[in-house]
Design a protein. Structure first.
Length: 397
C-alpha cells in the first residue's frame, strides 16, 4: 500500500485491528503536511477538516512501515514537530516521467547571451506559499529603484517591452490575487505587459517555457517548499530559472550552481536576481543527482521491499497468534453493536464480523427501539441466524 500521509490512516488502523493488510507493507510519502502548508501560506488553521487531516497524518506516519521523503528538510521538520517516524525512514528524490527526461548532465556552458532575457515568468500556483506576493514586492523594487532602472537601460527587456507572465493556477481561497496584481501594476505605474496562463497542464507549461526563440526566465519564489517539481522540471528540461533558497530546494541543485540559481526569499533578494538575470549571462542549473540512477534506486528499493517481510510493524495486536502457552484457548473478544433504525448498515457490520479470521469472538447486537419495518425485518432474520450459530452470538432489545 503506497499512500500520501493522511490517506493511509484507515489502512494502518485496519491492520492494527486485524482486519486487513496483515502481510502487506504500508509505505508513506511525505508530500506536504497540512500544518506545514498552512504555515507556508502565513495563516492559522481555519477549518475543522484541517485539524482532522493533521491528526490523520500524524497517526499514519507513526504506524506506517516505511516513510519516504523527497527531501531531508521535510524529515527534519517532522522531527521538530515531535512526530514519531518509522524506524525505516528514507530520503529519495522524486521521479519524472521517463519520456520527459533529457540528459542527466546539463551542459553548463549553454549560457544565454547578456541581456537576452525579455520575459519574466512566475512559475507556480498563485498563492502566498508559492511566493506570488513576494514576486509582486520584488517587481515593485525593480520598477521604483533608480539604480535598477539605470541597469535596465538598453537591455532586450527594455527594447522589446517588459513582459511578466503568471504561469499557474489560482487556488479558490486566493481568487483575489489577480485583482491585487492589476492594482499594483496600475498604482505603481509599472511599464509591463502582464499575461496569465492558468489553464495549462504540466506539459503545456513546460512547452511554453521551452518554446523556440523564447528568452524566458522562470522564477519560483516560494516561501516554503519540500522538494518542488517546478525546480526539478526546469533543471531536467534545460530551462533557465531561479528559485528561493528555502526548504528542500537546495538539495535538488548542484552545490556549484546555488549562487547563480538561488536567491534569498526577500523582495530585495529576488529583485537583485531579476536584474542580474536580464543584464548578465544566465545558464541552466544542474541537478545534484542523476535521474537515471535515481530511477534505478527506486526500482531496486521496491524490489527489495516486496521480498522482505522484516519491514512490517509488530506493534499491532494479531489475535490469531495470541495463543497462551500450554495449549489453552486464545483470548475471547466480545463485540457489542448497538443500532437504531439502521438495518442495512447493521447487516453490513455483522457481515463484516462474520468474515473475521479470528474465531474466538462473541457478537452481541442491541436494538435501540427501532420502529421502521425494514430494520425490524433484518433484526428478525439476524436473531434466527444468531440462534443457529455455534459461537454463542446473541441479540437483544
Amino acid at each position: 500500500v503506497y499512500c500520501i500521509c493522511s490517506l493511509a490512516y484507515f489502512s494502518v488502523m485496519a491492520r492494527r485491528q486485524g482486519i486487513a493488510f496483515q502481510t502487506m507493507p504500508i509505505v508513506l510519502q511525505a508530500h506536504g503536511p497540512t500544518l506545514w502548508s498552512i504555515a507556508g501560506n502565513q495563516r492559522l488553521p481555519s477549518a475543522y477538516l484541517e485539524i482532522q487531516n493533521d491528526f490523520l497524518e500524524r497517526l499514519s506516519v507513526q504506524h506506517a512501515d516505511v516513510l519516504v521523503s523527497p527531501s531531508h528538510f521535510m524529515l527534519q521538520w517532522m522531527v521538530q514537530q515531535d512526530r514519531t517516524l518509522p524506524n525505516r525512514t528514507y530520503q529519495q528524490f522524486n521521479l519524472l516521467e521517463q519520456s520527459d527526461q533529457r540528459a542527466d548532465t546539463v551542459d553548463n556552458s549553454r549560457e544565454r547571451g547578456a541581456g537576452v532575457v525579455d520575459e519574466i515568468v512566475f512559475f507556480g500556483r498563485l498563492e502566498t506559499r508559492k511566493g506570488v506576493y513576494l514576486f509582486l514586492d520584488a517587481l515593485a523594487v525593480v520598477f521604483s529603484d533608480l539604480n535598477a532602472k539605470a541597469m535596465l537601460k538598453g537591455t532586450a527587456w527594455e527594447r522589446n517591452g517588459f513582459v511578466v507572465t503568471f504561469l499557474g493556477k489560482v487556488k479558490p481561497e486566493q481568487n483575489m490575487v489577480t485583482t491585487d496584481i492589476m492594482h499594483r501594476r496600475r498604482s505603481g505605474n509599472w511599464p509591463v505587459q502582464i499575461q496569465y496562463f492558468d489553464r495549462l497542464d504540466y506539459k503545456e507549461a513546460i512547452s511554453y517555457l521551452k518554446a523556440n526563440g523564447s528568452h524566458r526566465l522562470a522564477l519560483i519564489p516560494s516561501l516554503a517548499e519540500n522538494s518542488p517539481y517546478t525546480v526539478l522540471e526546469c533543471s531536467v528540461m534545460g530551462i533557465v530559472f531561479g528559485a528561493s533558497k528555502v526548504g528542500g530546494t537546495p538539495e535538488l541543485l548542484h552545490p556549484l550552481d546555488h549562487e547563480t540559481a538561488l536567491f534569498p526569499p526577500t523582495p530585495q533578494g529576488l529583485a537583485a536576481f531579476i536584474l542580474r538575470s536580464v543584464t548578465q549571462n544566465a545558464s541552466v542549473s544542474r541537478m545534484s543527482f542523476s535521474m537515471a540512477t535515481n530511477r534505478l534506486d527506486w526500482l531496486s528499493w521496491h524490489a527489495g521491499l516486496l521480498l522482505s517481510k522484516e519491514h512490517l510493524q509488530t506493534t499491532q495486536v494479531d489475535f490469531r497468534t495470541q495463543i497462551q502457552s500450554g495449549g489453552q484457548r486464545a483470548t475471547m473478544v466480545s463485540i457489542m453493536v448497538s443500532s437504531h433504525n439502521r438495518g442495512q448498515l447493521l447487516a453490513d457490520a455483522v457481515a463484516s464480523l462474520k468474515r473475521q479470521t479470528y474465531n474466538e469472538i462473541q457478537v452481541i447486537v442491541v436494538d435501540d427501539a427501532s420502529d421502521d419495518k425494514e430494520t425490524q425485518a433484518i433484526l428478525g432474520k439476524m436473531q434466527k441466524a444468531f440462534q443457529d450459530d455455534s459461537r454463542g452470538w446473541g441479540s437483544g432489545p
